[in-house]
Ligand binder design. Structure first.
Ligand code: NAD
Length: 330
């Protein structure tokens, strides 16, 4: 089966490519094209570092999903059966500073990809979305039917793409499935995101910048999902889910930011003196939480749920792969 992955040079996209090219069952029957513009977040040479760039079933094409002609030409020439859209601007703080590129890639670029896929008769398109589209929830968890209430320009552009995709399903029968996952953790995440930023700072004996105030001393809650489980779930849903449906992918590992920070500090034998208190971002959502019943009902099970153990493995990975992340740190 030929599969087109956009944004395959980033954190989750490259993990997804590795999953498809190395899983004994899946890899037997897969040929994969990675379409990525290589933004700052794609500069880690993840696929090269994973040793997969020369894989005979892998091909890289440098393209911007905002370029409709180019995307259409690639889809027309390559004729993939499935398209997975991971391409995005993904850092919330950057979207607060300047949202232009988020609007372009996350919404207009996604629309381009949807229209090209529709035009070329793609059998299935999986739009990778986020739990952040539902916005803040203090208690309980959002289901796939919950209202969208995004708080940041990042999550608003993702929500807009989701709605557009669903409208193309209704109007033109575009064969789309949407996944909305919790916060991912794993190797190859750009070191501006909280876990790799904190881990790489601590490796260098530097403080970690935690959003903190007297009223809210790092109490924001995030649900942590192992990137491998996210990739497994995305592939599972692509093969077992129903077209036109949304599937939440929770991590089932909720922690406050101060808890996860202290877990790391503990591991490095540091205390709270290594926390640099920084102001909360504007419209900082207190808690994200999604229900995963629909995914479970399809028969999916998480494999990696021991966050405490996994975090230690993650720290070891960043310690052992400094040649990967050092060039990416400012
Ligand atoms: P990332 O920033 O690490 O990677 C994004 C990739 O997209 C990069 O390789 C970049 O070069 C590429 N890209 C950006 N703009 C492009 C464009 N215009 N054309 C082609 N390629 C482009 O992001 P990530 O963390 O791997 O996230 C992947 C997807 O998963 C995103 O859609 C994001 O919204 C979603 N998501 C991420 C998380 C998370 O915890 N990281 C959680 C939920 C959902």
């Amino acid at each position: 089966m030929k599969v087109l992955v956009t944004g395959g040079s980033g954190f989750i996209g490259s993990s997804f490519i590795r999953y498809l090219l190395t899983d004994p069952q899946i890899s037997k029957n897969i040929s994969l094209i990675n379409l990525d513009k290589i933004s700052y977040a794609g500069r880690g040479k993840n696929i090269e570092h994973m040793g997969l760039s020369e894989n005979e079933n892998y091909k890289f094409i440098k393209t911007d999903i905002c370029d409709f002609e180019s995307v259409s030409q690639i889809i027309f020439t390559e004729q993939p059966e499935m398209v997975f859209n991971f391409a995005a601007e993904s850092h919330v703080d950057r979207s607060i500073e300047e949202s232009d590129v988020f609007e372009k890639t996350n919404f207009l670029g996604a629309c381009n990809l949807f229209k090209s896929s529709l035009k070329n008769g793609i059998k299935k398109l999986v739009q990778i979305s986020t739990d952040e589209v539902y916005g803040n929830i203090e208690n309980g968890s959002f289901s796939e039917n919950s209202n969208l209430n995004p708080s940041s320009p990042y999550s608003a552009t993702k929500a807009a793409a989701d709605l557009f995709a669903l409208s193309l399903f209704k109007t033109h029968n575009m064969p789309v499935i949407i996944t909305r996952s919790a916060n991912n953790y794993g190797p190859y995440q750009f070191p501006e995101k909280i876990l790799p930023l904190f881990i790489t700072n601590l490796i260098d004996g530097k403080k970690v910048p935690l959003m903190f105030s007297e009223e809210n001393p790092g109490l924001n809650v995030r649900d942590w999902l192992n990137v491998i489980d996210n990739c497994r779930a995305i592939w599972f849903v692509a093969n077992n889910g129903r077209l036109g449906e949304i599937y939440n992918i929770p991590g089932e590992n909720e922690l406050t930011n101060i808890e996860i920070t202290r877990m790391l500090l503990n591991h490095f034998n540091f205390g709270d003196e290594m926390i640099e208190k920084i102001p909360h971002r504007k419209a900082h959502d207190f808690r994200y939480s999604v229900k995963g019943n629909k995914l479970k009902d399809l028969g999916f099970e998480h494999m990696h749920k021991n966050l405490k153990e996994e975090i230690i493995n993650l720290v070891e990975w960043y310690k052992n792969n400094q040649e990967w992340w050092r060039p990416l740190k400012k």
